[in-house]
Design a protein around this ligand. Structure first.
Ligand code: IMP
Length: 192
């Protein structure tokens, strides 16, 4: 089965490639010749994930999945949430987002947070979503340099290390995206 993963993020592509059964041929946006930005106009992870998958499906007619992730911090009423990528402003880098988050949380005793991922899958006959959640806490400073995004300041529940101190294989086993993608791959495997 041929499937496009609607992302330009090579870290994610690598993470997901390790989790898919070999019967699935995974293509990136680059592989199918898509260049540019896919719109993300909505205020929920699910709507954005469906928008991205549908956008590519409509243009290439290949089954497509897309993911959308947000980091929800309890003491910030769920922020940055759907705005996680641009928390410190449009076109900002991960370093700026982490700095802003640590600044906004300065002095806050409650460090609880959760990463949430929604994977949306669009084919010619169906549209279906899968969710994965990973609870944890935000540290007061960075630890580790693997991974991407907020990894150096997120310590998953039950661990003494951050996502950025784990290998991608270890992270996949417990992560928000790992959980959502496993639901998705289990679903596809059960159909084929
Ligand atoms: P996206 O929807 O997957 O692009 O995620 C939005 C933003 O959430 C990214 O730009 C990252 O800042 C952050 N993010 C998503 N997944 C992860 C992760 O696995 N670790 C750390 N940060 C992440």
């Amino acid at each position: 089965m041929k499937i496009v993963f609607a992302t330009n993020n090579l870290n994610k592509l690598k993470e997901i490639q390790q989790m898919l059964p070999t019967s699935i041929e995974l293509f990136s946006l680059k592989d199918i010749g898509f260049e540019g930005e896919i719109p993300e106009d909505y205020e929920t992870l699910e709507e954005n994930a469906f928008q991205k998958a549908q956008y590519i499906f409509d243009r290439y007619k290949i089954s497509c999945f897309a993911d959308d992730t947000g980091l929800e911090v309890d003491s910030l009423n769920g922020a940055p949430g759907v705005y996680s990528a641009r928390y410190a402003g449009e076109d900002c880098i991960a370093e700026n987002n982490m700095r802003k988050l640590l600044f906004d949380m300065a002095g806050k005793a409650n460090r609880s947070a959760a990463f949430k991922t929604v994977v949306a899958f669009v084919t010619d006959s169906e549209k279906i979503a899968f969710e994965g959640v990973a609870a944890g806490e935000i540290l007061i400073e960075k630890q580790g340099d693997e991974g991407f995004g907020y990894d150096p300041i997120f310590k998953p529940e039950g661990y003494d290390i951050t996502y950025a101190e784990m290998s991608s294989i270890e992270k996949n086993k417990i992560s928000h995206r790992g959980k959502a993608v496993r639901k998705f791959t289990d679903y596809i495997s059960s159909k084929s």
